[in-house]
Design a protein around this ligand. Structure first.
Ligand code: TYD
Ligand code: MG
Length: 453
């Protein structure tokens, strides 16, 4: 009998008997992964095995929403959507060394102090190492139970006997199931372990938090399918050399996605940052050309941050476009709009754009702040002092109003700003507390602020 195909191309689904770098069915590279196929008979019709009859139910319910447990770490609770939901599965991804184990040990202690029975399973460190870390973090008195184990079967047996309310698995890449032949960390192992643990969570009413390492490409090592299996996916991010760490919800079945929690890595572990705006603007110098304060919204909360641009003649034939914390494609679009609609060329000029403090901004509402930072750097003219900026730019150069104008202005006022630059048609009810300058398009704004255009 021929060997059954055990490899599958994740792009086209073609089956292969052996691994190769390129799928000869569709021509894609690096898409073939090990996959043990399930034997299937006909699902319906003649000869099919009949399944059990499924009970249907209505959409209406008398059940109260599941009681959440708040850890008391406000930044973590917000990202979880208000606390931990029982029997839910959470994946926390992040680069090695970013602080995942630190965060989750602190979370385990907080949940344990809030009354949940919590078990922390480390597959990466010995119990003594975890205990040393707990000592450093001042958590030794928290009623958290520890295990250093990688054998999935043993872990599940232990969890079944102990019946905790929360189990933390650090990390999913170190877990090893004896039912899968491949090595720990391989795609099939990660997938099998994640599947076993999430279905265990549902069956036994245990909330599980899985730690996942992120690959160079920025996704959680192992298959993307782990992200589909769990209820909530959080990413723990931060720039090397910065103390700030951001916990970001990218998927949440029980709360808003795109919510962020801000932490600071200190000698005694992660400290919560209750007022991120103040932190991101804390080491701001006097208004300089190229620096613009953006009034943004991260999740449900307004956050102010600073865009910095540098525009300089390029010594190279191909000018550089470099950006940190903001999408490169969006930068190119804004440069093109400035060239086409305002006749301000950037050809032959190197352009650098940073978000200060290591924050990553993806809101289109930051377009106007980016454009102003670029113009201000190019013309060497500072934007008016004590001013925040927000607005989306369309390809025609028109400024589009953005959501939550009032929240943005309120936060700016709270931090001592006195003026704002915003799109015309921004919705404002009553007194904003700041003087708001409104513009309908970029040309009008450039003429007013830079005397050109
Ligand atoms: P860790 O939680 O081990 O990261 P991960 O689990 O994501 O790989 O954190 C490792 C880094 O955090 C390490 O470089 C040291 C630093 N750290 C502190 O700065 N302060 C602390 O209190 C602790 C525990 C770690
Ligand atoms: Mg770790």
């Amino acid at each position: 009998m021929a060997k059954p195909p055990a490899f599958v191309c994740s792009a086209c689904g073609a089956l292969h008997t052996k691994w190769s770098g390129r799928c000869d069915a569709c021509g894609e590279w690096n898409t073939i992964t090990e996959d043990v196929p399930i034997s299937t008979g006909p699902a319906t019709g003649l000869g099919a095995k009949r399944g059990a009859r499924i009970q249907l139910s209505d959409l209406s319910t008398d059940e109260a929403p599941p009681p959440r447990t708040a850890s008391g770490m406000a930044e973590l609770d917000r990202v979880l959507g208000g606390g931990l939901v029982p029997a839910s599965a959470v994946l926390v991804g992040g680069d090695p060394g970013i602080g995942k184990s630190t965060l989750l040990l602190q979370a385990a202690a907080s949940f344990a102090r809030a009354g949940l029975k919590a078990i922390y399973v480390s597959g990466e460190e010995a119990s003594a190492q975890v205990r040393m870390r707990a000592q450093r973090l001042g958590l030794t008195d928290a009623p958290v139970k520890l295990a250093a184990e990688t054998n999935l079967r043993d872990i599940l047996t232990m969890l079944e006997a102990e019946k905790p309310a929360l189990a933390i698995i650090d990390s999913i890449q170190t877990m090893w199931s004896d039912q899968v032949g491949s090595a720990p960390g391989s795609v099939s192992q990660v997938r099998a372990a994640a599947h076993e643990l999430t279905s265990f969570a549902k069956r036994h009413g245990v909330a599980v938090i899985l730690v996942g390492h992120v690959t160079k490409e920025g996704t959680i090592a192992g298959p993307r399918v782990v992200e589909h299996m769990v209820d909530t996916v959080l990413y723990f991010e931060g720039e090397r050399g910065h103390q700030f760490r951001i916990l970001r919800a990218v998927k949440n079945r029980f709360g808003p996605a795109e919510e962020i929690g801000v932490f600071e890595m200190t000698g005694g572990g992660l400290a919560e940052v209750a007022n991120p705006s103040a932190l991101f603007l804390s080491d701001r110098e006097d208004p300089a050309p190229g620096s613009v304060v953006f009034a943004g919204i991260e999740g449900t909360r307004p956050v102010l941050c600073e865009f910095q641009a540098l525009v300089a003649p390029s010594p190279h034939s191909q000018a550089r476009r470099s950006t940190v914390g903001w999408d490169g494609g969006r930068l190119a679009m804004i440069l093109a709009v400035l060239e086409a609609r305002c006749a301000i060329p950037f050809a032959g000029l190197d352009v650098y754009l940073n978000v200060a403090g290591g924050l990553r901004i993806s809101e289109p509402a930051a377009d106007l702040a980016v454009a102003l930072a670029l113009l201000s750097a190019r013309e060497d003219i500072s934007v008016p002092p004590q001013t925040v900026v927000f607005g989306e730019i369309s390809l025609s150069g028109a400024l589009r109003p953005v959501s939550q104008t009032e929240n943005r202005l309120k936060e700016a006022q709270k931090l001592g700003f006195s003026a704002a630059i915003a799109p015309a048609r921004s919705k404002l009810s009553g007194d904003a507390g700041l003087s708001v300058r409104k513009y309908k398009d970029l040309t009008e704004l450039v003429g007013d602020l830079f005397g050109a255009g």
